[in-house]
Ligand binder design. Structure first.
Ligand code: CU
Length: 157
């Protein structure tokens, strides 16, 4: 009788421990990175009448899976495009990219003179008191960030 009772208690303790381990594991997997990290975003201030602005930022894929950025939008602009500045034979031009692909662990820097976001057709005047909301559609889910409008240094960065 008492043997049976104690084995029931032992079984209950083991089950409780298993549940504790499972819930700890679940908590850890929630904290594990499962989407892109977008940091350091900013928008260089441009003249009030300028219709087009740029945005610079870093995108990191901390996951073990490839992630694709398929669309970017902003409530302050009609359209957001991914551009790359390419200098060929001393001539600088911009090429449009339809999407951005990030390999596991890859970090892409969007900066002046390289990959950047082109914010097309401003809907309101933006000053250094404003931040621009950027909504990213990715294969790992949506991400929204806010990029402050800042005065660019003389050298452009
Ligand atoms: Cu551009």
């Amino acid at each position: 009788m008492s043997m049976k009772k104690s084995s029931v208690v032992v079984t209950a303790v083991i089950i409780a421990m298993i549940i504790a381990v499972i819930s700890m594991y679940k908590l850890m997997s929630v904290q594990a990175k499962d989407s892109l990290e977008i940091t350091g975003a900013w928008v260089p201030l441009s003249p009030p009448k300028a219709k087009i602005m740029a945005a610079y930022l870093k995108i990191k894929n901390p996951t073990g899976k490839m992630i694709e950025v398929t669309n970017i939008s902003s409530p302050d602009f009609a359209n957001v495009m991914i551009h790359e500045t390419i200098v060929k034979d001393g001539v600088s031009r911009m090429e449009m990219r339809s999407k951005l692909l990030l390999e596991p662990g890859e970090e892409v820097v969007l900066q002046r003179g390289g990959l950047h976001l082109m914010l097309m057709y401003k809907k309101r005047v933006l000053t250094t008191k404003d931040t621009v909301i950027l909504n990213f559609t990715t294969s790992a889910g949506p991400i929204s960030i806010s990029a402050p409008v800042k005065v660019a240094a003389i050298d452009g960065e």
